[in-house]
Structures are given as C-alpha cells and as structure tokens.
Design a protein around this ligand. Structure first.
Ligand code: THU
Length: 125
C-alpha cells in the first residue's frame, strides 16, 4: 500500500470523527505488518480531558484485534497538515518505534517522517 492510498483512507475515515467541541475532525490510517489497515478518528468527550485522538483510536483498534507490528500511519485533517500530538507519539512508539508518519495538506502534497524523529528518546521499559 502506498502513502497516497493510506492517506486517502485516513481522509475518508475523518468523516466519522466525533469532534463537536473542537470542530477539528482528524482521521488516521495505520498499516499493520499483516497488510491490514486500521482506521481511527478523534472521539471527543463533554469532559474534554477524556478525548482520544485519531492516532490512538487506530492503534487501540489494531492492538485489540491482535496486530502488534506496524509499518506506517497516515493522518488527515480537514485543511492543512496535522502531526501526532505528544501522547500519540509515545503511544505509537510502544509498538512501532520505526513507524513512518505521513501527513500532508492533501494527497498530492504528502510529507513523511520517522516517528523517531518526532519523538527523540521515546520511553520504553
Ligand atoms: N487530535 C487528534 O485526533 N490527533 C492529533 O494528533 C492532535 C489532536 C484531536 C484531539 C481533539 O479532538 C482535536 O483534535 C483538537 O485538539
């Protein structure tokens, strides 16, 4: 699966985001080593603090279905470019320190970087 395809899946997933408070829908698509793609959206909460980001939703879905290794993740927002927050960086680092992270304005303007670059010195027990 190429980066563009994965990004498209993230963009499509974004439509199901639950973001009534921030009005900032996010979609993520996480590619497992098995070849399966797990999507995620941000799910906000009236308490605000209980909100979960799209990246963690995708990762939790994947882990709970038995997938343990990941190749890359694409993240889409409505307009502009979104990179994973600090908590999501650490969350993903647990399972995939060598993950490739794809972001971009749209599918023709994608950027990719390494999770290790976004999170130098990620914590692992
Ligand atoms: N959000 C994500 O889903 N992923 C990120 O990497 C950054 C932030 C969500 C959380 C919240 O629902 C909204 O975007 C605004 O912060």
């Amino acid at each position: 699966m190429n980066d563009k395809e994965l990004y498209r899946i993230a963009k499509e997933a974004m439509k199901d985001a639950y973001a009534p408070f921030s009005k900032y829908p996010v979609g993520a698509a996480l590619l497992g080593k098995s070849g399966k793609v797990y999507t995620g959206v941000n799910v906000e909460n009236s308490t605000y603090g209980a909100t979960i980001c799209a990246e963690r939703t995708a990762c939790v879905k994947a882990i709970s279905e038995g997938e343990r290794e990941f190749v890359k993740i694409a993240i889409a927002i409505k307009k502009g470019e979104g990179t994973p927050c600090g908590i999501c960086r650490q969350f993903l680092f647990e399972f995939a320190p060598d993950l490739k992270v794809i972001t971009g304005e749209d599918e023709d303007h994608l950027h990719s970087t390494a999770l290790r670059k976004l999170l130098p010195g990620g914590f692992k027990l």
